[in-house]
Ligand binder design. Structure first.
Ligand SMILES: Nc1ncnc2c1ncn2[C@@H]1O[C@H](COP(=O)(O)OP(=O)(O)O)[C@@H](O)[C@H]1O
Ligand SMILES: [Mg+2]
Length: 206
């Protein structure tokens, strides 16, 4: 089972994954957490380029392609082998982030971006994608309180993130069987409880 967490800055992806992993391991599952961009040596090096605040001149097409290079590597080196071994892989972001940020956020041609994503992933689609949905400004305020994590991708204007959120919600509409939307504006504990429930439900149903 391949689970991905998506959503705008500060929605809680990174902080929710470790306790979810512990919870599932406690139930006897073999679980492998990972993150994008990153998760392999090559992909982490690309992550550093993407996140470096010095790289102000990066063109959206260069950005889009760097994400796909990082993604192709983690898909082949980590995600596919783990899934083939029967493990649960939980990823902090995956290709829907490219559609949302590089597609809707940077207003790149969506069909072209989808084509690049298919090439990068070799067609590997998540079984379950959870959108941690919240007001863009609430998320950015949360993120700003944790400045150590501030990077180039956090540094766009608010309108960019509004397009990202709208893009996510369109993707949910287009593929409702893959997506579950969780309201991430609630207390952290309540969000965590719902995430556990959503994942257990899906594991039981298969
Ligand atoms: N439901 C919540 N209520 C209040 N603060 C939260 C909530 N979820 C996350 N946070 C805080 O917001 C910040 C960003 O969370 P994080 O998990 O890093 O989000 P993301 O990885 O989606 O950007 C962290 O400081 C985190 O503790
Ligand atoms: Mg994060």
């Amino acid at each position: 089972m391949f689970i991905t967490l998506e959503g705008p800055e500060g929605c809680g992806k990174t902080s929710h994954i470790p306790p979810l992993v512990e919870f599932l391991r406690g139930k006897g599952y073999v679980v492998f957490p990972t993150r994008e961009p990153g998760g392999t040596s090559i992909s982490e090096q690309i992550r550093d380029i993407l996140h470096d605040l010095k790289n102000v001149e990066m063109h959206p097409r260069a950005e889009t392609l760097l994400y796909q290079a990082a993604r192709a590597q983690i898909v082949e080196q980590v995600i596919k082998p783990r899934l083939a071994a029967g493990e649960i892989v939980i990823s902090d972001r995956y290709y829907d982030s490219t559609i949302a940020y590089q597609g809707y956020g940077h207003r790149q041609d969506l069909e072209q971006v989808r084509g690049l994503v298919r090439y990068a992933t070799g067609g590997l689609t998540p079984d379950l994608t959870i959108l941690l949905d919240l007001d863009v400004e609430v998320g950015l305020r949360r993120k700003k309180q944790n400045q150590s994590e501030w990077n180039r991708m956090d540094d766009h204007e608010v309108e960019f993130y509004k397009r990202v959120r709208a893009g996510y919600l369109e993707m949910v509409k287009a593929e409702p069987e893959r997506w579950v939307v969780v309201n991430a504006e609630r207390k952290w504990d309540d969000v965590q409880a719902e995430l556990k429930k959503v994942i257990v439900d899906r594991l039981v149903k298969g």
